[in-house]
Design a binder for this molecule. Sequence first.
Ligand code: 13P
Length: 288
Amino acid sequence: MLVSAKEMLEKAHAGQYGVAQFNINNLEWIKAILKACEEAKSPVILGVSEGAAKYMCGFKNVVDMVRNVHDQLKITVPVAIHLDHGSFEGAKACIEAGFTSVMFDGSHFSIEENIAKSKEIIEFAHSRGISVECEVGGIGGEEDGVTSLGEVANPDECKQIADLGVDFLAAGIGNIHGKYPENWAGLNFDVLAEIQRKVGNKPLVLHGGSGIPKEQVLKAISLGVSKINVNTELQLVFQDATRQYILADKDITGKGYDPRKLLAAGTDAITKKCIEMVKDFGSYGKAE
Ligand code: 13P
């Protein structure tokens, strides 16, 4: 059964470890991540951007694929299917389509509009037992073709959104989606600590989890981050393993062109990386 992300993140917050949100792109990603987290006995959140959902032929198909793979692989660890950076309409559509968790990202609106829209999504989702993430202060970098500069969230605005009853909150603390530039200043821990102080006992979310040095991730967890979003890192290991497969001429040897072989090295690399990351985040074994 797929579950809301609320309980797993509250447990993580109390136990001071991080649960990964790994973003999915296709069947291989779903299989690879679920296999890894079952092996690692770790809870997991499968993140789906609106762009990725469109690529996978719609929200309903994503839910059906995840449910079927989950059942077929006899997954026993808690798994949530979560909309990543959803629009107002997208969040509503995902709630209807069977997602167990949604993010409404109103960070590009004025705080008043962000509050009004977040409130409506929270009420709609909670009436169906679905967890909600909202965002204050844009996350830098590029996602689905939209580029925003890294922002540092205003802790008072975080409190205003937290007070609406959101289940977990994403706040910009200098984090960036995609590859981090050489001259990146690092996470702003003072602001993170201040946000956690203002919002009380609420799990915080760290976006842009690919390529942040481990010590910084662990420090962020110790200051209240319970959910770490990872997308680029899995894309890079898939790309690299696939590239090695082709450079070694394996695709032109025997039936190496068969997609089940061609995509296997990349898929296995995703599984391996997920296990490594859940060990780093501390959720390994937490679903035992
Ligand atoms: P990365 O692609 O940098 O890992 O970011 C993922 C993310 O934050 C999804 O919301």
